[in-house]
Structure formats: C-alpha cells, structure tokens
Design a binder for this molecule. Structure first.
Ligand SMILES: Nc1ncnc2c1ncn2[C@@H]1O[C@H](COP(=O)(O)OP(=O)(O)O)[C@@H](O)[C@H]1O
Ligand SMILES: [Mg+2]
Length: 240
C-alpha cells in the first residue's frame, strides 16, 4: 500500500488545499502516482476541483470528495439541517482503495483538528480511525505558537503520528516569524519540515517544497528509493 498522509491545520483557510496540491504536484514531478482525497467538504467543492485541475487527476469529483455538505458549517452543525450522515467506515474504505494503486495519497481534513464531525467526534478522531500519520499546516506569524501547540496536543492525546509541521505565510513583516518555528519545535518536539512564503504563486510554492525537500521527509526509504534522484545515486554507488 502506498504511503498516506492526513493534512490537517491549526484552522480553516491556513493553506491545507494549496500546500497539499503542491505536495501532490511535487510528487508527480518525481514520477509518483498521486491520490488525493478530501473526504468531507462543507460549503462547496472548490478543494476537490482545485486538486483535480492542478494534478490533472482522472478521479471524479465524487471520488475525490464523497461527502458534501452544502453549508459552510462544521459537519456536526450541517448534518442537522442537511439530514446527511458521515460514514467513517466508508471514507476509510475509499482511502484504502486509493492507497492500493497510488504511491502516495494525501487526505485533506476540514477546518482544524477539533472541527466537530459528529457529536463527540472530531477531525482528530477521524485521523485516528483512518490510522494515518499527519502533517500540520500552521500559520507563520504571531499567535501560531498557541494554535499549533493546542493542535499538536490533541493529536498526541490520540497517539497520532505527526510527521511534521509546515508553516505557511512568511512575509518577513513580523518579528515573531523569525523565532516561531524554533519555539514550536522546542516546545512540541515536532519538527518544522517546511516554511512557505506568503503570496506565493502555485509554481513558486512547488519550488519551495522541492528546494526544502519536504517530500523526502514524507516518504522515507524504501519508497523514496524508487525516486529518480535516489535511483541515480544508487546506480552511482554513492548510497551505502
Ligand atoms: N503561501 C501562500 N501564498 C499564496 N496564497 C496562499 C498561500 N497559502 C494559502 N494561500 C491561499 O489562501 C487561501 C486559503 O488557502 P487554502 O489552501 O484554501 O486553505 P485551507 O484548505 O486550509 O482552508 C487560498 O486562496 C489559497 O490559494
Ligand atoms: Mg481546503
């Protein structure tokens, strides 16, 4: 089964879709077959459309985004008026199916780790049920320490493996942007595996992902050995 990562964030609008699409694009550039899932959307199918267009996915919008709530609410709130239930077992089956024929699968959550999906059941509980490792997208600036530490705490409480944090929105305008990553790493014990600049074009964001080798953190050997660069090094006998 291909590697799968759950992309969560400290809030909504933090850059989950933008960066997950960038990670997917960078993986495709390495010759990997990428799968994307946005299991639950609330208020529109833009994320699935964005993924389908940017990654030229063959999967239908329904495959990428099976559960759609019309209103921009948490699923817990939307469920009440839209009379629709979230079936986690079904979501798990569809992600596992995707994993069977893809090298890497990225699953975007919704909102943050504590967005309620149903009563007493949050995004973090879904990550646990899916038995996935996760990546946390966090803001670069002031206030991010609070949000990131709280998010990590909820994930740790559920014994979810956190691969790393990607901080998004560096513009050099706040003094805290210079120290936030270091403080978060020190206080949480989780590595900041990437820093993305504010106002990046899609292509520029992908370049930052490549330059910072963020994918290498996500896909350690043996999968990464299939990758072109690694394979070349293998042939050259550099790798011991
Ligand atoms: N580093 C960035 N540079 C430029 N635009 C960004 C950046 N990060 C996010 N955005 C934009 O901000 C908006 C919110 O990001 P999005 O990925 O949709 O957040 P989320 O999926 O967490 O709700 C989108 O319009 C996205 O294109
Ligand atoms: Mg999104």
């Amino acid at each position: 089964m291909g590697k799968a990562y759950f992309i969560t964030a400290t809030d909504t609008g933090i850059g989950k879709t933008f960066i997950a699409a960038g990670l997917g694009f960078a993986a495709q550039s390495k010759g990997l077959n990428v799968g994307i899932s946005k299991p639950i959307s609330c208020g529109g199918i833009e994320d699935a459309v964005f993924y389908k267009n940017k990654l030229k996915l063959k999967d239908s919008i329904d495959d990428i985004n099976p559960v759609k709530f019309k209103q921009p609410l948490s699923p817990y709130a939307a469920m009440k008026t839209e009379k629709k239930k979230v079936n986690i077992a079904r979501i798990k089956r569809s992600i596992n199916n995707l994993r069977k024929d893809r090298d890497i699968v990225l699953v975007e959550g919704l909102g943050g780790a504590m967005a309620p999906i149903k009563r007493d059941y949050y995004v973090a509980d879904m990550i646990k049920a899916l038995q996935m490792s996760c990546v946390v997208i966090a803001r670069a600036g002031l206030g991010t320490i609070n949000h990131t530490l709280m998010t990590i705490d909820e994930l740790k409480k559920r014994k979810i493996r956190i691969v790393g944090i990607i901080m998004n929105g560096f513009d050099g305008r706040e003094i805290s942007q210079r120290s936030n990553a270091q403080v978060i790493e020190k206080l949480s014990g989780i590595k900041v595996i990437g820093k993305i600049k504010a106002k990046s074009s899609f292509a520029d964001m992908v370049k930052q992902i490549q330059k910072q080798r963020i994918l290498n953190t996500l896909t350690p050997a043996p999968l990464s050995m299939k990758w072109r660069g690694e394979a070349e090094r293998e042939r050259g006998g550099v790798r011991k």
